[in-house]
Design a protein around this ligand. Structure first.
Ligand code: LLP
Length: 417
């Protein structure tokens, strides 16, 4: 968003709301490009760009236009389902730059990814490895494999998005990984390629990622000593972003430096899986105030976006800055502390607590830093059509997803005969 609080690149948010309605996700191509460049330039500065692949984690925002922007920038993709595989291919991404993560891949998904010719399967358990070997055999291929190891490092983030502790469902226990690699190396339809780890999301302190890298590198060296030479090391995603004006996040160069310092002088290729840090601050959710409801204890501003559009506040108690997008003529009301809530029938349906804003009914609000895990986690709860999505590119506005229509929401259902 532009510093004036009213524009994204060269386009006014008031015009976007008038043209496309609300709620509406608005993304900036320039901001996506800047975020990708920050990652790439940091790798470059450490002399690692030539042997690195930045695989955008599709789950953060899987709109085809966003995937296409990253494909054009040369990114690879980190996927977690057959659906995401199909999206990446439809958006012009190349299969040989895809890594496939996730604790529960179905056989059909394994087959589709093998047939597409993806770069690597990030395998999370001994059973998955055996199943993958079987499926690969049945289609006459060898599956390229990395084992996701769980380094037992505390990422110190929200427990729902912390993945690197022993107690998590993710990855192969660190102490079992060595033996599982020896087993994998002996399987006929498996080609051992790499190692991966991902310890959590929205990390602001670089130390846990660097600690995880240390553990992974030690294991890579132990494996090399018994003749299992890995081609690549995948250090996952997780870099945090700024959500509050008063709480800055480290720059990519600062966050990544301690981890990258450990990789200097090694021969393996590197893979990264950033999601949030590439899209989070490149998007906002535009919403209109429907009703102001002053109360005895709290004042409510009911807006037309809700937890089904942006689930992060309800699910993680996450904070998103909310700013007023003023149309010049609106008379300025008295600033009050508002609960910014949606129309969904749940008390957990809030977008922000206790926000000091001067509001009138009909005002537009922008919910900031909503580019990651916003639309991709949206649902149709309360039979609410999902929001429109728009991408700004300089002075141009592109509708990249039409607003859903109610009839589409029950088109797959039928009544009993
Ligand atoms: N790689 C793997 C294996 C992952 O599980 C994830 C995210 C990523 C990469 C990308 O992580 P990022 O760079 O975005 O932190 N819905 C939550 C976040 C869930 C993250 C899940 N895994 C939220 O809204 O905060």
């Amino acid at each position: 968003m532009h510093k004036d609080g009213q524009h994204v690149e060269g386009v006014g948010l008031v015009d976007i709301a008038a043209r496309f309605g609300t709620p509406c996700y608005v993304y900036s191509r320039a901001a996506l490009t800047r975020a990708y460049a920050a990652y790439r330039d940091t790798l470059q500065a450490h002399g690692l760009a030539d042997r690195s692949l930045i695989c955008y984690a599709v789950k953060a925002n899987s709109n085809l236009a966003i995937l296409n922007v990253f494909a054009r920038l040369g990114a690879g993709f980190d996927i977690v389902s057959g659906g995401e595989l199909a999206r990446v291919i439809a958006a012009g991404g190349s299969a040989d730059r895809i890594v496939f993560s996730g604790v529960g891949k179905s056989r059909a998904e394994m087959r589709a990814a093998l047939e597409a010719g993806i770069h690597c399967f990030n395998v999370e358990s001994a059973s998955e490895l055996d199943q993958l070997s079987e499926v690969a055999g049945s289609v006459g291929r060898r599956a390229p494999v990395s084992l996701r190891v769980n380094p037992d490092v505390d990422a110190r983030t929200h427990p729902y998005i912390s993945t690197g502790l022993k107690s998590a469902k993710f990855g192969v226990a660190f102490n079992e990984a060595f033996d599982l690699y020896r087993h994998a190396a002996a399987l006929p339809h498996i080609a051992v390629k790499g190692i991966d780890c991902h310890i959590g999301s929205q990390l602001l302190d670089p130390a846990p990622a660097a600690e995880a890298a240390d553990k992974v590198l030690a294991l890579v060296d132990r494996l090399a000593a018994v003749g299992i030479a890995l081609e690549h090391i995948d250090l996952g995603g997780g870099m945090g972003i700024q959500y509050r004006a008063d709480e800055p996040a480290p720059a990519a160069s600062d966050y990544l430096a301690p981890m990258l310092a450990k990789l200097a002088g090694r021969r393996e290729k590197l893979v990264f899986e950033p999601g949030r840090s590439l899209v989070g601050n490149a998007g906002l959710l535009l919403t209109r105030v429907e009703v102001l409801k002053p109360g005895e204890e709290k004042h409510f501003a009911v807006v037309d976006a809700a937890m089904n559009d942006l689930m992060r506040p309800a699910l993680y108690d996450a904070w998103h800055d909310i700013v007023k997008v003023s149309a010049d003529e609106t008379p300025t009301a008295r600033a009050m502390r508002y609960e910014i809530v949606g129309p969904v029938c749940e008390s957990g349906d809030f977008l922000g607590h206790d926000r000091l804003l001067a509001l009138n009914e009909g005002d537009l609000l922008a919910i900031l830093s909503a580019g990651a895990y916003g639309m991709s986690m949206a649902s149709n709860y309360n039979t609410r059509p999902r929001a429109a999505e728009v991408m700004i590119d300089g002075d141009a506005v592109h509708l990249i997803r039409r607003r859903e229509e109610v009839a589409q929401l029950f088109a797959l259902e039928s009544t009993l005969p």
